[in-house]
Design a protein around this ligand. Sequence first.
Ligand SMILES: [Zn+2]
Length: 95
Amino acid sequence: MSADAPLSPEEAKALQFLDRQPGEWYCTHCWARAVGVDVRFIHRFSTILPTLTALAAGYEAMADGPCKVCDARRPGGTVLKSARSVRSRGTPVGA
Ligand SMILES: [Zn+2]
C-alpha cells in the first residue's frame, strides 16, 4: 500500500471543503451534508484519515469532537451530531 495513493473524487472533495475552513471542526454528519456525499462514506473516511500518512499531518479526527455547525445551532443543549469530528489543521499558506 502506498502512502500517496490517489484519493477518490469524493475524498478529494471532502478534504477540499475542510481546507476552505482551516481549523474548524465538523462532525461527520455535517461534513457529509456540506460536501454532498453519503454520511457512511464520510464516517468511514474519518476513521481511516489518521492512518493515512500522507494526510494525517494536515488533518485531525477525533471521537466526540466539536462541530462548527451543530454547536452553533444548539437550541437547548440537545445536539444531533455524529460521534466523530474532523478538521483541517490549516497549514499556513506562503509561510
Ligand atoms: Zn455537526
